[in-house]
Design a protein around this ligand. Structure first.
Ligand SMILES: NC(=O)c1ccc[n+]([C@@H]2O[C@H](COP(=O)([O-])OP(=O)(O)OC[C@H]3O[C@@H](n4cnc5c(N)ncnc54)[C@H](OP(=O)(O)O)[C@@H]3O)[C@@H](O)[C@H]2O)c1
Length: 344
């Protein structure tokens, strides 16, 4: 079987395709023949060697990949919910860039009937992130005003679709004009193209009294203003820091990294209490032990997919051996929806 392995941090050339032995499933495991693998921004951080949980749980060498879809090839003796031949999608803490994988039954799910295998690989990570942000962390009331940065990307698409279902009023921000239509189609009530307008003026025009929730994965470039634009009782959900990182060249820029680290705002609980504003943060890669929480989220979202309330993100497919180009595309900040790999 084929597997993409990174032996040391660096650019696209570090993504080596290697031949490995197909694993034998343990009693509680399912062997999946993988058809598609979802690529997440975190995979790029792993390649650069700056993703903390990759260091904490795996080290080097590492195979990135949090999600995939395929067909069950073989099941362990204690597996009860799935059988050989079932179409499935799965989540995994690393190791997903591979043509066969053996995973515990808890992390493998039957593909819903109106989801393709492509969408199955693109769905779990970004939807689990969006679900955890909107439904497992804080209470948000119907009609709440939600501001979503990078709303046409992977997580952004999922946030917009779930917000439409939950009847929130969304303002989506995009960094390029070609993303406006994508955001509108996903249900954004208002879209701001920050490449063409004064972002914070537009944000204030749409909701002069501020926002109940702001979802920000930019980090230093917007976090402070996102906080300032919260309404009383507002929550700033911070779940990424991609403005610390370069969009081209495939290599880390250490000056940019240090500068944006120093520019990342520090929050003062004394001030926050009087202003009734909160900061909420999370990293799902440290929450894999919370199996019930993951299962509850996936089962609810599968129901929503089956009744047509939400759908899998739009996908751009790259062949397995073009993994470097797939990383380059996602790194550029120009993609919409999800980038996925087709396995050999
Ligand atoms: N905490 C968690 O558990 C968790 C889980 C999943 C994802 N995340 C985070 O969520 C964010 C989105 O992840 P994703 O996989 O769905 O990616 P994505 O949204 O498909 O792509 C990232 C988007 O961020 C914007 N961006 C701004 N500065 C950028 C830069 N320097 N480099 C690249 N993109 C930049 C671009 O959109 P615009 O130009 O339109 O703004 C780009 O399209 C990432 O920061 C990721 O680390 C966190």
């Amino acid at each position: 079987m084929k597997k993409i392995v990174i032996h040391s941090p660096g650019d696209y050339n570090q993504l080596q395709i290697e031949e490995h032995k197909i694993p034998e499933p343990l009693d509680n495991e399912i062997l999946i023949k993988v058809f598609f693998v979802g690529i997440n921004y975190a995979d790029i951080l792993i390649r650069w060697g700056v993703y903390k949980s990759a260091k904490d749980f795996i080290g080097w060498p590492i195979t990135p990949g949090f999600e995939l879809s395929g067909i069950v090839e073989k099941v362990g003796s204690k597996v009860s919910k799935l059988k050989k031949g079932d179409q499935v999608f799965a989540v995994t803490r690393f190791g997903g860039y591979t043509s066969y994988i053996s995973l515990e039954e808890d992390f493998v799910f039957k593909l819903p009937k109106n989801l393709t295998l492509e969408q199955g690989a693109a769905f779990p990570a970004v939807y689990l992130t969006a679900y955890h942000a909107l439904l497992q962390n804080i209470v948000i009331r119907k009609g709440a005003k939600i501001l979503i940065h990078s709303c046409a990307g992977g997580v952004g698409s999922a946030l917009l679709q779930l917000s439409r279902y939950l009847q929130y009023e969304t303002t989506g921000i995009v960094g390029s004009t070609h993303k406006i239509e994508v955001a509108k189609k996903l249900g954004a009530n208002h879209v701001i193209d920050k490449s063409k307008s004064d972002l914070w003026k537009e944000v204030e025009k749409i909701s002069p009294s501020g926002y109940d929730v702001v979802l920000d994965a930019n980090g230093a470039s917007t976090l402070k203003d996102s906080y300032l634009h919260l309404a009383p009782s507002g929550k700033l959900l911070c779940y990424g820091f991609h403005s610390m990182l370069p969009k081209t060249g495939g290599k880390l820029n250490y000056l940019q990294l240090i500068w944006t680290f120093l520019k990342t705002p520090r929050f003062n609980p004394l001030d926050m209490t009087d202003k009734n504003k909160s900061l909420v943060t999370f990293n799902l890669s440290y929450l894999f032990d919370k199996r019930d929480m993951f299962r509850e989220a996936i089962e609810h979202m599968v129901q929503l997919i089956e009744i047509g309330e939400i759908t899998g993100p739009e996908t751009t497919i790259f062949e397995f051996e073009k993994v470097g180009e797939a990383h380059k595309a996602l790194e550029s900040g120009k993609t919409t929806g999800k980038v996925i790999l087709r396995c050999p």
